[in-house]
Design a protein around this ligand. Structure first.
Ligand code: ATP
Length: 223
């Protein structure tokens, strides 16, 4: 059976989730208290509904507990976001993903039972900071639990050396999980392969180790 999703809050963030789920051919109910916002999504979502999601009776009448996954994309109004999340969990929705505006908001959402809390603005800010701090860092993707994936251009010092010779795992506790070479992606590369200057290395590690690696290895070679 197809999964069914609900997106609550049709700002830029919630709206882009609805559009993408539609592209992926998923059933999605889009809810907002603003009629104008709901009208924008009436042709994109499977159902588009005007409702105040802080009203438990309204949520019950929508049969919200029968949906597989509800995404709370209300940001600015922290009270509406937390109350909506609380009602969803109390009604027994299995999976609730909520957008946090700041760390304090995230803490409350976790406490009241949100299954996943996302910080799109903070995460995008961090990705851009890593990218502007070093032209060699192409992307930075934060995972849960202080670990991240970073994509870097091979430096001149790395070129011609094998992964074993680079010794990054022993020195920094970071693993190279894939190498992008032209159009190819070498997943779980053989440690004997030699890195080429045009390679892009995809690495995973603890945030502190990645920061240490960026400071010591990636940035000095840019000078
Ligand atoms: P974004 O940053 O994603 O662009 P935004 O700044 O437009 O969002 P937010 O305050 O984050 O606005 O709210 C997103 C949407 O949530 C708005 O369209 C708002 O009408 C809706 N919303 C706020 N409170 C409720 C509520 N109680 N019930 C339903 N929808 C709500």
């Amino acid at each position: 059976m197809e999964k069914e999703y609900v997106v609550i809050g049709l700002g830029r963030f919630g709206g882009s989730i609805v559009r993408e789920l539609n592209v992926l051919d998923m059933d999605v109910m889009a809810i907002d208290s603003s009629e104008a916002r709901v009208n924008e999504y009436s042709d994109i979502a499977t159902h588009a509904v005007v409702a105040d999601t802080t009203d438990e009776a309204v949520m019950k009448s929508l049969g919200i507990r029968n949906f597989d996954h509800v995404i709370v994309a209300i940001g600015e109004n922290i009270q509406a976001s937390t109350l909506t999340t609380l009602i969803l969990k109390e009604l027994g929705v299995k999976k609730v993903t909520a957008k946090a505006q700041n760390d304090y908001h995230a803490k409350i959402l976790n406490k009241i039972g949100a299954d996943t809390v996302v910080h799109p603005e903070r995460d995008m800010g961090r990705r851009i900071a890593h990218n502007v701090a070093s032209a060699s860092v192409l992307d930075y993707l934060e995972l849960a639990d202080e670990h991240s994936i970073v994509e870097i251009k091979a430096t001149e010092e790395m070129a011609g050396k094998s992964i074993i010779e680079l010794d990054i795992r022993a020195q920094f506790g970071i693993s190279i999980i894939a190498v992008k070479r032209g159009k190819d992606i070498i997943v779980a590369p053989d440690p004997e392969i030699n890195i080429e200057l045009a390679d892009i290395l995809i690495m995973i590690g603890h945030d502190n180790d990645i920061n240490r690696f960026e400071k010591k290895i990636v940035r000095p070679s840019e000078r």
